[in-house]
Design a protein around this ligand. Structure first.
Ligand code: NI
Length: 194
């Protein structure tokens, strides 16, 4: 693994997300990267460097944040850092397989795609997932109830959609914590009437 390239990718990601506060930020990318490395260690065969680069760059062209086409940010960064074209195509393929909304019910073809998708989904769960849900909702004018709905529409489904066994294992406690959180939320808000 080219450690210098990984460091430069982190620096690029920091630059790209500076000033973002809706849960898609540098820390999200770094957590997805760490989760992906954790999962990748348990997988028999995978291209660790491709996993690392795709994890760090997976939101670099997220349409909610950037107005780019064809993963332009990720592609031009990798090109400028001497990564060859075939490898860039592979990394972009991994990045594209990560998106939740574009890939409902679809499993990524490659082991690397499965790993990064699990890593991104893990960051939508648990304590961090809860924080990110309300941070995103606040930025987009969504009331707390809307955030709670998001748990039922998406976040509580993620546990059963993990691709890797390590991903499933890590998802367990995050899932339980969200259920516990929702139970508390319900009991604290049940007296509201209007
Ligand atoms: Ni993400």
């Amino acid at each position: 693994m080219n450690d210098l390239l990984i460091q430069e990718t982190k620096d690029y990601t920091r630059e790209l997300f500076s000033g973002n506060s809706d849960g898609h930020d540098l820390d999200h990318s770094l957590r997805v990267y760490s989760n992906a490395m954790l999962i990748a260690k348990e997988e028999q065969e995978c291209d660790l460097e491709a996993v690392a680069l795709a994890a760090l760059l997976h939101d670099a062209d997220d349409h909610k944040l950037f107005d780019t086409e064809d993963n332009e940010n990720a592609v031009s960064f990798l090109k400028a850092h001497g990564v060859d074209e075939q490898r860039i195509r592979f990394i972009v393929e991994i990045i594209r397989s990560v998106s939740f909304s574009k890939n409902r019910g679809k499993t990524p073809d490659s082991a690397e795609g499965k790993i990064v998708q699990d890593a991104d989904r893990l960051d939508a769960m648990g304590a961090v997932g809860i924080a990110r849900t309300f941070a995103y909702g606040g930025k987009h004018g969504r009331p707390l109830d809307g955030g709670i709905e998001h748990f039922h529409e998406k976040l509580l489904l993620l546990k059963d959609e993990m691709n890797t066994s390590k991903g499933r294992e890590l998802a367990e406690s995050r899932h339980r914590f969200m259920e516990e959180y929702l139970a508390h939320f319900d009991s604290e808000t049940e007296l509201i009437s209007n």
